[in-house]
Ligand binder design. Structure first.
Ligand SMILES: *Cc1c(COP(=O)(O)O)cnc(C)c1O
Length: 344
């Protein structure tokens, strides 16, 4: 279930946290698995006109969804031979190396953004390259950006370090709009906001930091049917590998949600789902299409509900149980899950 009203709420929260900046939306990976079509439509209604995707293919499909006017930036940059694709869909490459900048110029140039690396060592020109760059003719530089490595940890010294380096880069690009902050960066405060903020995960209701409470509303949860409820006697086991042994008589609910749907098998030992406010722990290994839950003491509730909720407000704990982060839970949600949308 995807709540588009909550998505738009989160967009306006992010925009109000950075009132002097424009709030873009990162919609790569099919809007973090929530469907780029529904998500971009809702965000556009909320006033968003700037979108970031990872690849030119994603850019082309977002362009089809949005029509001609919004700006679409491609974070993975420009590779030789792509000029026609960028031009056809009116995409703006975020160029992250001198080679790529040269190739872009040789293929005719156009509007582009520059990515400068300030400490992540992933994509981007070095600070020195950026500061000695002679801007190519035939190109129109629309944005200078960098990306924070540790914005989910507010006290991490990398944040201030990257901010300082980004500022030295910007001295070389007076008058060009600048962007540094992802969701975590927005929450670091106004020093990090510059002209454009680039949140992704916060829009989708995911808290980037385990140590802070954040103002985002949950946007999605998985509502799985309870297919069967059974009694398991003391000493019996549940599921593959017989990894769960009933210490006494237990009541087990079998939910129709498994690793084919994106549930992490790695969460088998410590994961839980919820029926209303009640947490019900996994019993044994998550299997492809099913997960057994220990609902002992809550059988009536389970029967009445008929369904069980995964993720939602306890997404952070669910990610911990799987040894990962909310981002990954989100983008791994399987194609088989029927996405239902609330609001518009
Ligand atoms: C994915 C991404 C973002 C969005 O990050 P969130 O942590 O999801 O807000 C912003 N900028 C870049 C360069 C990214 O790759």
């Amino acid at each position: 279930m995807v709540d588009l009203d909550a998505l738009r709420h989160n967009y306006s929260v992010l925009q109000s946290l950075a009132p002097s900046a424009r709030c873009a939306a990162v919609v790569k990976a099919d809007a973090y698995g929530l469907d780029a079509g529904r998500v971009t439509g809702a965000l556009r209604e909320a006033g968003c006109t700037l979108f970031f995707v990872a690849t030119p293919e994603e850019g082309a499909s977002v362009r089809q969804l949005l029509g001609p006017s919004p700006s679409i930036y491609v974070l993975n940059g420009f590779q030789p031979g792509l000029s026609e694709m960028f031009a056809r869909s009116d995409l703006i490459p975020v160029i992250g190396s001198l080679d790529s900048l040269n190739a872009f110029g040789e293929e005719g140039g156009g509007v582009y953004a520059l990515h400068v690396d300030t400490g992540m060592n992933r994509l981007g020109l070095t600070v020195e390259e950026a500061r000695s760059l002679a801007l190519p003719r035939g190109g129109e530089l629309r944005l200078v950006m960098s990306h924070l490595a540790c914005s989910d940890v507010p006290a991490h010294p990398m944040n201030a370090h990257q901010l300082e380096r980004f500022r030295t880069v910007l001295e070389h690009f007076p008058g060009i709009p600048a962007s540094l902050a992802n969701t975590g960066g927005v929450l670091l405060g106004p020093d990090y906001h510059f002209d454009i903020i680039r949140p992704g995960v916060g829009l989708y209701g995911v808290n980037p930091s385990a140590t802070r409470s954040e103002p985002f509303r949950p946007v999605f949860h998985v509502d799985a049917p309870i297919l069967q409820i059974r009694r398991v006697a003391a000493g019996e086991t549940v599921g593959y590998g017989a990894r769960f042994t009933a210490a006494g008589q237990r009541t087990i609910a079998i939910a129709g949600f498994g690793y084919a749907d994106g549930l992490f098998r790695a969460a088998s030992q410590t994961g839980s789902a919820r029926i209303g406010e009640i947490a019900v722990p996994f019993a044994g290994m998550v299997s492809m299409d099913l997960t057994a839950l220990d609902v002992t003491g809550h059988e009536d509730l389970a029967r009445k509900a008929g369904r069980v909720q995964f993720y939602g407000a306890d997404l952070g704990a669910a990610a911990d149980a799987a040894g990962t982060i909310g981002y990954e839970l989100l983008v791994r949600l399987g194609a088989r899950l029927k996405r239902e949308y609330l609001g518009r």
